[in-house]
Design a binder for this molecule. Structure first.
Ligand code: TRP
Length: 437
């Protein structure tokens, strides 16, 4: 039992390609390790809205989402211990994106690296600066800000190229809070110093865009072929090799422990042949990856199971996103018109708890309604003949929760789409709330 609040760690992977060893070493493996730490509360997601920015191929986005989800699970991420979901299953994220868009300076976005690189490239080529630049690319940091701020993440593990986006999310949070009060939490970027960038086949950073990747879960014959393609110098067997600048060595190091790494360094000095060094690398990677490969294949051939896991994760995530978005909508003034003037509401909002109200109308019938903390109506009954009948229906809601909604539906005004979830939340919070008569 710990009373210390857990640190919320959140990160996403854009779903545009097949996961490779660089993704594994740089993102998947460290997040799986972090997810086992009981002092952290992990939020891991598939950034498929982000994928649309770079990729106009629907089949590829779909396939990549499956592959990345399966990779994460096969690598040991336990969806029961963390909140694991697909970004596009959370409609509150694009909703928050708009609220953030309205507090984000256009000038701030002008300075985002990805956008600026595109503009610089166009300018150098003598094209219009914004030629082929979509508004999606321009807005990329705002969508990412919504991912992070929605779940009040404290720490966001990312690659160096993403630090600027976290800083922008901090800017958005402070502009929003300045205008509307303290609602958003300032995130911090976490850069894994120990995770060196993994070089690819040609020695440059392993990356889809360089076409130098080694797929994480290729069958072992294919893995061996890819490894055979790693660029080396032309030193002969028996000649001492240098570890500095050797992509093969760096990849080996990313998988090996200290002793194994020292042994490989010695083998280099002793003149191991490149063929033998590649064999050692293959064996070392295969040893780590082979046990996971089977589960990966099983998941890939059962996409419905992956859908199920992701939907359960989305449900969990939305239990936070739905009420938080309600709070934010209220904060910016998107409120029920009957919820009074701002000053009054602000005062009420501080101390109020959700409550049932029972009352009698002029027609002589008895009614009840459920109000949220801000005094907004979420559930309205029809008329009852007696206060007791109204009270019994309230009691059912309090004891059985939303599961009784279908049965008591004939006694209620139609429940608005999405409100069942909200009602469930409120009922949970209401142990302390009393029925006001
Ligand atoms: N932009 C990130 C990348 O390409 C992926 C991403 C989207 C992300 N939303 C995020 C990472 C939120 C961390 C937090 O690597």
């Amino acid at each position: 039992m710990t009373s210390k609040p857990r640190t919320r760690v959140l990160t996403g992977i854009t779903t545009t390609g097949t996961p490779h060893l660089g993704n594994y070493v740089g993102a998947i493996r460290p997040t799986v390790q972090a997810s086992r730490d009981s002092s952290t509360d992990g939020f891991y997601f598939l950034a498929d809205y982000h994928a649309l920015i770079k990729c106009g191929e629907p089949a590829r986005v779909q396939r990549s989402t499956l592959e990345i989800a399966a990779s994460w699970i096969a690598s040991g991420l336990d969806p029961k211990n963390v909140t694991f979901y697909r970004q596009s299953d959370i409609p509150e994220i694009p909703e928050l994106t708009w609220l953030l868009t309205c507090v984000t300076g256009k000038g701030l976005l002008n300075r985002a690296h990805a956008y600026k690189a595109a503009v610089d490239k166009n300018t150098a080529a003598g094209h219009d600066p914004d030629s082929d630049v979509t508004a999606g690319l321009f807005m990329y940091p705002v969508l990412m800000g919504a991912d992070i701020l929605m779940f009040k993440a404290h720490k966001v593990p990312v690659g160096r190229d993403q630090i600027q986006h976290i800083e922008m999310a901090r800017d958005m949070a402070s502009s929003f809070n300045h205008l509307y009060g303290e609602h958003l939490v300032q995130p911090e970027a976490v850069i894994e110093e120990s995770v060196a960038l993994l070089p690819g086949l040609d020695g440059r950073k392993m990356s889809k865009s360089y076409d130098n990747t080694i797929p994480l879960f290729a069958p072992s014959t294919e893995l061996r072929k890819h490894i055979a393609g790693i660029l080396t110098d032309s030193k002969l067997p028996g000649e001492a090799k240098t570890i500095e600048g050797s992509a093969l060595f760096q990849i080996y190091q990313a998988f090996a422990n200290a002793d194994e790494t020292a042994a490989m360094a010695k083998a280099y000095a002793d003149g191991i042949s490149w063929g033998d060094a590649k064999q050692m690398l293959f064996e070392r990677i295969d040893r780590e990856v082979a046990p996971m490969r089977e589960q990966y294949q099983a998941l890939i051939s059962n996409p419905a199971q992956v859908d199920q896991i992701l939907l359960e994760g989305a449900d969990k995530a939305r239990q936070l996103a739905i009420p938080f978005m309600r709070e934010l909508r209220h904060a910016v003034g998107l409120r029920a018109l009957a919820s009074g003037n701002t000053a009054k509401v602000a005062k009420v909002a501080k101390s109020a708890v959700p409550s049932f109200k029972q009352y009698r109308e002029k027609n002589g019938q008895f009614y009840f309604k459920l109000m949220d903390e801000q005094g907004q109506l979420v559930l309205q009954s029809l008329g009852f003949e007696s206060p007791k009948a109204a009270g019994q229906t309230i009691a059912r809601l309090q004891t059985e929760g939303v599961s009784c909604l279908p049965e008591i539906a004939p006694l209620l005004e139609p429940v608005q789409a999405g409100h069942a979830q909200v009602i469930a939340e409120l009922l949970n919070k209401m142990e302390s709330a009393k029925v006001i008569k």
